[in-house]
Design a protein around this ligand. Sequence first.
Ligand SMILES: Nc1ncnc2c1ncn2[C@@H]1O[C@H](COP(=O)(O)OP(=O)(O)OP(=O)(O)O)[C@@H](O)[C@H]1O
Length: 277
Amino acid sequence: MSILEVTGLTVTRPDGVRLVDEVTFDVDRAEVVGIVGESGSGKTMTGMALLGLVPEPLAVGGSIRLNGRELVTQSQRQWQQTRGREIAMVLQDPSSALHPMLKLGEQLTDHLRSHLGMRPKAARARALELLEQVHLPDGEDILRRFPHQLSGGMKQRVAIAIALACEPSVLVADEVTTALDANIRVGILRLLDELRRTTGMGIMFITHDLAMLSSFADRVSVFRRGEIVEQAAANELFADPQHPYTHELLDAVPSIPWKMVDLEPVGSPGEGTLDDD
Ligand SMILES: Nc1ncnc2c1ncn2[C@@H]1O[C@H](COP(=O)(O)OP(=O)(O)OP(=O)(O)O)[C@@H](O)[C@H]1O
């Protein structure tokens, strides 16, 4: 059974315009589902709907079942329980997940204390464990730093560590590599690839970069104007795209460099886990 089943999801403006229009897809355990499409096609809005974060006065309809439980009809209080615990999100700008004036140690342990009710000592130990899980060496040192003292790639790893804290079943990763340099981007992809294997977490990976999905995603959904126009296993989609819009997207990619990147295990020689810039 899929851990996440989205059926006929809609996000509608008060004037009746649908920003997300009858979207249906699912995510299995340890699976990466790529969501691709042009700017404004409803990718982020779909991700926001999965976390109960669609702003008023927009209305959400359809069904989102997570681990068999319906989310669309739940109360704000229930959403607060679901967010972070069962489903988490990482965004393009890691700074949005981090308070600029607080040391990372404080932020990580506060998060663990408030979400899991951990005591200070246990929260600190868990924070170090999480930093190790995202391959940030010298966790003690990281915990003493402020966000601005880390590179973009390191900050994104910390944001991922925070997202992992409550061991969510699904991670929504929205353009998480877009702001990063190419080599650091590969490091983050390898990390996510490792995490889904080791934790069983499903990943909904939103990107405008179809090429990137060729070596990373198991399945791909192509969004256009709020709708899914094509949905297929990644290898099928790249080998034999069906929809004219998918052809258009593929034609816009000069080559598929990522196809050549066989994702190696994280921490393998040459990756450089400490991606300071
Ligand atoms: N708060 C809002 N109220 C009304 N419309 C909105 C709101 N936020 C976004 N939209 C509109 O919803 C549509 C879908 O936006 P969304 O951000 O989901 O697109 P996207 O595919 O993620 O694009 P991008 O790749 O640029 O992030 C767009 O037309 C956008 O203008």
